[in-house]
Design a protein around this ligand. Structure first.
Ligand SMILES: *[C@@H]1O[C@H](CO)[C@@H](O)[C@H](O)[C@H]1NC(C)=O
Ligand SMILES: *[C@@H]1O[C@H](CO)[C@@H](O)[C@H](O)[C@H]1NC(C)=O
Ligand SMILES: *[C@@H]1O[C@H](CO)[C@@H](O)[C@H](O)[C@H]1NC(C)=O
Ligand SMILES: *[C@@H]1O[C@H](CO)[C@@H](O)[C@H](O)[C@H]1NC(C)=O
Length: 499
């Protein structure tokens, strides 16, 4: 399908009428739980036209995590895609793709009101940072429940008149063919996408496309140049940011490996800072006056952005949950009484001001482009195991982005049944949250400071020689957990195994 702006506006209006007929109005929240397709955009815009906020729900969620998210959103109703009725959103969503193009300026009655600030800011940040053009065509295979797909991608169409090609689901094998078919000039990626593309056999379309810019986050320095050379990409537009953060940075000049830049000549133009921290506990280090300490070049630190509620570009609106908001704010940074937003991410800056991504602090880790909440997975696994003690953490695999999930489980009395466990896990969690490794222990010490204990487990990793505990690996090929032997351990660390 190809939608012009006029058609989009028509569908938005239809959604608005329909929403009113449901009795929804100003201030109500409606959850949208469906796969990526242009209709999703018409839905949230149509709802917004009558003052209804859309809660964009990750379509991979199910059971408790789905209930949780819909619950905290305060949604009065939900629109869901029939493709999710089977409860198996991990599978192919079909090809409900489409393009939206600026055939006609239309009458999109969306005005830059207060609530659109973030949307404007993020989309404009991408457009101006990377020199996008009004006649660019963006290939967007990222989920539309996420700001990367819905704002960085779709936002360029809505605000700057670009055409966006919405792909229902990322496919490594049809990626470049699609780019050729739709004459795309910009592609969006997350780091894993680049690796999946590099793992594909060569095909003519990977060189015959007219893609100029690859825009996204997490392209690993190790594959950066291989990616740009093999696929003939002139500009990598890597950026760092989160929907809620006000410390976004971008790589505007293609510096290999950098996720952004912070001027060292006019640092105050954009008041962000890397703060010294204790690398084990991830806590901020303070001087004798109780203030934070800025990092030296080359020294990893937590990225923070100053807060100024009076300045619309520097304010922090926080989360729906007040406690979550407070956890993100740090006071007494460089002067007593000041405040900053803590990104929770560790970056390193060089002498010139280029910034490089290091790590993610706190209790999430990233796997297959998704943030996995360790506490959520712990709660689910523990529930499946009759409330056994479970500690979940991410471990590094050589040559793979993100961290693989590992669950340390207190074994209890009877024999642990890996197959039954996996069957239950598959029903309860999206595939990216399935623990790749299990460590069966007589007892998981959950008293004391959880972080320190996890640090030890994390350090010991999945090497069977480091522990007397039994370690298992989820062999996706066989579809079952198998015991990690010395030989299997070597195969994993040498990258000889398909994950
Ligand atoms: C645009 O839409 C608004 C709201 O539906 C309507 O009031 C207005 O008349 C429309 N303008 C044009 C030029 O069609
Ligand atoms: C791509 O560009 C070619 C040449 O300009 C044009 O013939 C074709 O219709 C375009 N394809 C699409 C999907 O717009
Ligand atoms: C994961 O979290 C980071 C930092 O909060 C954010 O930038 C990123 O967009 C998130 N990714 C997903 C898929 O939610
Ligand atoms: C970040 O958000 C805080 C909180 O509102 C704000 O005071 C600060 O100015 C923002 N920083 C930047 C760099 O925008």
């Amino acid at each position: 399908q190809v939608w012009t702006f006029r058609e989009l506006a028509g569908r938005c209006n239809a959604v608005s009428h329909w929403a009113r007929a449901q009795g929804w109005g100003q201030g109500d929240v409606v959850a949208l739980y469906l796969g990526s397709r242009p209709l999703l955009v018409a839905l949230w815009m149509g709802l917004a036209q009558v003052g209804v906020e859309a809660a964009l729900i990750n379509y991979n969620l199910r059971c408790d995590s789905l209930l949780h998210c819909v619950g905290v959103s305060g949604a009065k109703g939900m629109v869901f895609g029939v493709e999710l009725a089977e409860g198996d959103p991990g599978e192919d969503l079909g090809h409900a793709g489409g393009t939206m193009s600026p055939g006609w300026p239309g009458n999109a009655s969306v005005s830059p009101r207060k609530s659109w600030r973030k949307f404007y800011r993020i989309a404009a940040f991408g457009f101006h940072s990377f020199g996008l053009r009004h006649d660019d065509i963006i290939y967007n295979s990222l989920p539309l429940y996420h700001s990367a797909g819905n704002i960085m991608g779709v936002g360029q169409c809505l605000l700057h008149g670009l055409t966006v090609v919405v792909k229902a689901k990322f496919s490594a094998s049809s990626f470049w063919d699609d780019c050729v078919k739709y004459n795309c000039t910009v592609i969006q990626y997350i780091g894993e996408i680049c690796r999946y593309l590099l793992a594909q056999p060569e095909r003519p379309s990977e060189k015959s496309h007219c893609v100029r810019i690859a825009m996204g986050n997490g392209l690993r320095p190790a594959v950066w140049e291989e990616f740009t050379q093999r696929f003939r990409i002139r500009q990598v537009a890597e950026f760092y940011g989160a929907t809620e953060c006000n410390c976004s940075i971008s790589n505007v000049d293609g510096k290999v490996g950098a996720c952004g830049f912070h001027s060292q000549i006019f640092p105050s133009m954009y008041p962000i800072k890397l703060l010294r921290m204790n690398e084990d506990t991830m806590e901020l280090v303070r001087d004798k006056n109780g203030l934070c300490i800025g990092c030296q070049p080359g020294e990893p630190g937590l990225l923070a952005g100053y807060i100024d509620q009076s300045d619309p570009l520097r304010r922090f609106d926080g989360y729906v949950d007040r406690r979550a908001t407070n956890k993100k704010i740090v006071n007494d940074v460089f002067t007593l009484g000041d405040a900053a937003y803590l990104s929770g991410d560790v970056l390193v800056m060089d002498e010139l001001g280029y910034m490089f991504f290091r790590d993610r602090s706190g209790d999430t880790y990233r796997w297959r482009g998704e943030n996995v909440s360790t506490t959520e997975v712990e709660a689910t696994l523990s529930g499946l195991l009759g409330h056994a003690d479970v500690a979940v953490y991410g471990v590094l695999l050589p040559g793979v982005e993100g961290k693989a999930g590992m669950a340390a489980i207190a074994e209890g009395e009877g024999r642990f049944d890996c197959d039954a466990f996996l069957g239950a896990v598959r029903k309860a969690l999206p595939s990216y949250a399935h623990p790749l490794f299990l460590r069966l222990m007589p007892k998981v010490d959950t008293t004391g400071t959880f972080k320190i204990q996890k640090t030890r487990l994390q350090r010991e990793g999945y090497n069977p020689l480091h522990t007397a505990d039994r370690i298992f690996f989820l062999n996706s090929h066989l579809g079952r957990y198998e015991a990690v032997t010395e030989e299997l351990y070597r195969a994993i660390t040498e990258g000889r195994l398909r994950l």
